[in-house]
Design a protein around this ligand. Sequence first.
Ligand code: V47
Length: 385
Amino acid sequence: MAEILNKTEVEAQLRDIRQKVENQERLSLEEGVFLYRPEVSLHEVGELANQVRQRMNGKAAYYNVNTHLNPTNVCVYRCKFCAFRSDLRGPKAYTMSDEQILQRGKEADDAGATEMHIVGGLHHKLKYDWYLHVIKILKERYPRLHLKAWTAVEYEWFRHLTKRSYHDILSEMKEAGVGSLPGGGAEIFHPEIRPEICDHKATTEEWMNVHRTAHQIGLRTNATMLYGHIENAMHRVDHMIHLRKLQDETGGFQTFIPLSFHPENNKLSHLKKPSPLLDLRTMAVSRLMLDNFQHIKAYWIMLGIGTAQSALNYGADDLDGTVRHEIIYHEAGAKTPEVLSVEHIRRLIEESGHKPIERDTLYHKVVREGDEWEASEALPAASTA
Ligand code: V47
């Protein structure tokens, strides 16, 4: 446990950080860790993060109309935090048929969704071609749906299965209809933590290489961080710095999403769920550290509606979407509803003092007329690469 700092020491360090934020200078690992100290007022950190949020996104707060698809829960890995996975012959194992997958596509399209967020397990028996087929049938039947599909962990699995390069696989998936990559599988990059919570799965370097390659072929991606389990502040800030470095190199990340750990039905159930104060502080520190990420997302499914709404004043500028059919967190104990209406999301944003803007996955403004919608001008993130 670090020794407690007195008020004068805290004030002096905060003054330096405030100055740096005003001058738009980059914060160091030590400064990020300092901002996590309980002696440093959360309001101060939130205020600073909000300054950056205002500078980068003004009064705008984004959301989208989306749906989730998890075509199988069968997974060769046994990540300790995961309540979703199943063994091949486990009682809850499932793999969706083409008809079930297409039915989800229809439901999404009928509901005016602009995005389908697709992730699954690494099935013991299914080949790479099945994952490619899922994309092909959805894109062919519902070409307007943006498919944000497969995490870096899945792409690394595809490389293992096919012995082909990331470049080949990602190019083929792009050709088939993948429009961008979600940010999952990042967990915590630091070597003291990663093997403890998700041994065997894609390493930090592999995760980075998948995203680097995706950016090189013009696919935008997101990045996440799973926090509030066995990691500490240094591990979190180190994780952010890894992402900041790759973003300096490629500019291909759109959004950072801190994911608050849910402890039910998994091998870390003895741990307590992170508090809303840690959630808000993590949001704010992310905004301050990731000066080259246009967006920080407060994923309401994980945070709960109240904390997600508050996070819009602690650095976040995006609430994710209406989200239909989310199961990964609900199986891990999330008590949030399964779907939010557009009216509800817009009201949450307005109450926080921001302007709700519907975006598509690539941050183009969506304009709707009756049942029809159209993506129009590019919003800030689309211009960074
Ligand atoms: O990598 C799994 C996390 C992630 C638990 O890109 C858990 O827009 C908390 O990446 N408690 C997948 N978290 C989800 C994901 C995501 C979510 C929302 C938006 C986007 C985006 C991406 O879910 C996994 C893991 O870190 N997770 N189990 C749990 N018990």
